[in-house]
Design a protein. Structure first.
Length: 208
């Protein structure tokens, strides 16, 4: 049974309470299925992770089964913004609201009738996948970050991928090397930054 409506806190609790070595289907569009797996034993390269907080995000496309990474979101949204620049602010608003805790399935309703010439996966998959990546950062991330909350690193790159349409290969190279997003996309929400502000307007970074 797929999850139809789930805010951040509700999805977080679903994942936290998921039994070890079991799957939880999240979203399906056609032959593409997004699901969560909670292994009892993390892979060797993640041996430093707390097994109590470890979960994996998977995509199943027909016979293919693989773990997507953050680049899938950044590339998909960059392609969407290029094909529909008139929807940039709507896309930013939708994915910011998901970051702030809103239900991705409700947020994307305004986009379901829009046509995009270029993208990687249906918007239903991308939006739910984004929520899972944000939860993963909050629940499983175990390193020191210059950003608080740590998921702001991820969200900053979403904002930059939609707003600053530099070449996709350059974006991917920067992210793969661990380069943080431009400060303008995170500084006023980063609790570790002297420019932190409360009660910001939506899309505040567009006026920076």
């Amino acid at each position: 049974m797929y999850i139809q409506n789930m805010k951040y806190d509700e999805m977080f609790e679903k994942i936290r309470s998921l039994r070890f070595d079991s799957e939880m289907p999240v979203c399906r569009v056609g032959r593409i299925e997004l699901y969560v797996l909670r292994p009892s034993i993390p892979p060797k390269r993640f041996s430093a992770y707390d097994p109590q907080k470890n979960f994996q995000i998977w995509l199943r496309e027909g016979a293919r089964n693989f773990k997507p990474n953050h680049l899938r979101i950044f590339i998909d949204l960059n392609l969407r913004a290029r094909s529909r620049p008139d929807l940039k602010e709507k896309l930013l608003t939708v994915f910011d609201n998901i970051f702030y805790g809103s239900d991705p399935n409700i947020e994307i309703k305004s986009l379901l009738e829009e046509e995009f010439n270029h993208f990687l996966n249906p918007i239903e998959i991308i939006s739910n996948l984004s929520q899972l990546f944000i939860i993963e950062q909050a629940y499983s991330y175990n390193k020191e970050s210059k950003l608080d909350p740590p998921a702001l690193f991820y969200q900053g790159w979403i904002r930059q991928s939609l707003d600053n349409l530099k070449e996709i290969d350059n974006i991917c190279m920067s992210i793969a090397h661990g380069q943080p997003p431009a400060s303008k996309y995170t500084c006023k929400e980063n609790k570790k930054n002297k420019n932190l502000e409360l009660n910001l307007n939506p899309l505040w970074y567009l006026s920076e």
